[in-house]
Design a protein around this ligand. Sequence first.
Ligand code: SAH
Ligand code: SF4
Ligand code: F3S
Length: 375
Amino acid sequence: MKYFIVTFGCQMNVHDSEKIAGILENMGYQCGETREETDIIVFNTCAIREGAEDRVFGNVGALKRQKKANKDLIIVVCGCMTQKEKTAKYMRETFPFVDIVIGTHNVPKLGEYIAEVRAKRQKRLLQLFEEGEIDESLPYVRTSGENAWVNIMQGCNNFCTYCIVPYVRGREKSRQEESILNEIKNLIASGKYKKITLLGQNVNSYGKDLSPQVSFAKLLKDICALDGNFSVSFMTSHPKDLTDEVIDVIANQEKIEKYIHLPAQSGDNRILKLMNRSYTREKYLDIIKKIKEKIPNCKITSDFIVGFPTETEEEFLKTMSLVEEVKYDSIFAFMYSPREGTVAEKMDGQIEESVKNDRVNRLLALSKCLQKEDK
Ligand code: SAH
Ligand code: SF4
Ligand code: F3S
């Protein structure tokens, strides 16, 4: 019996797929080579932009023929996109040949659902909204070579006005420090991993919800104190929570890679405020200055959104000038994509696609050009 997983979206989703693989292998499935020769296929979806969702619909739709030819094929759609009740329903109605549609919070129970489908050939649309405890029990089937992803927290409390993540991943929930340290100890002891990448939507607010609280800086120091020859990196950092203490730890700890992904999103203060990012251009540049002073040669990267509602040409040029000023090693630039249920989706002054397209191209061209200059 073979399984095949198709993953969309961020590293956290990739890591979730490693857990799904763990569940399936526990049930006796083995990893298949292609999506055609498989007994179960799982789509682990992303909802961050409309394009990501369109790709999922296309991929799932294409399975209709395969299901017709093989009635026993089990099709699962899970992840951020189907955590939204409306999308989950639409998925079930439009693609009735899909067997299981679940959200992000139901993954630990996937094994039970599959067993049920196999026993009764029953299709399931499940409750999507219960947020459970962080699941510590199931094994991961790790797929990224010498690097091991380690989740340190789930969810996000920031509610940036454009972003769907808090709605589909729930509130911030940190793992106990001891569990994280034990997981890393075991990974290093296995001799298979040379790099640990800590994952969270906003790793700098790690531990604020624990009692007693544990800071991200302390977690980093405690990880570095573990025996073994390995490096540590992490993503993603939110500028509002990146403390001097964390910058110092990165500077002083040999095991930590000198690399920070610090999404700015915009270089204009009015837009940053509308985005609910809780920092200004000046505060952001201050942090960058500190990083450059304390960690020479630190690689710095960022994400930007262009064409946020009401963004003027002048405000977009502020983003261009920020990119010029910081001299990033590389950037990701996205055209703003309205997400249903978010605050920005309802704002007046939505920007035309052609304008967004033009801005994203100019921003990417600038960033490429600056990278060439450096070399
Ligand atoms: N937690 C991370 C990012 C998660 S999403 C952080 O706060 O930085 C990854 C990137 O997708 C974001 O940094 C943002 O640039 C982009 N993004 C999020 N929502 C978007 C939307 N509605 N339209 C376009 N880009 C978006
Ligand atoms: Fe989305 Fe903002 Fe949370 Fe990042 S910090 S996941 S952009 S709400
Ligand atoms: Fe996408 Fe969910 Fe990650 S929306 S970017 S897969 S948290």
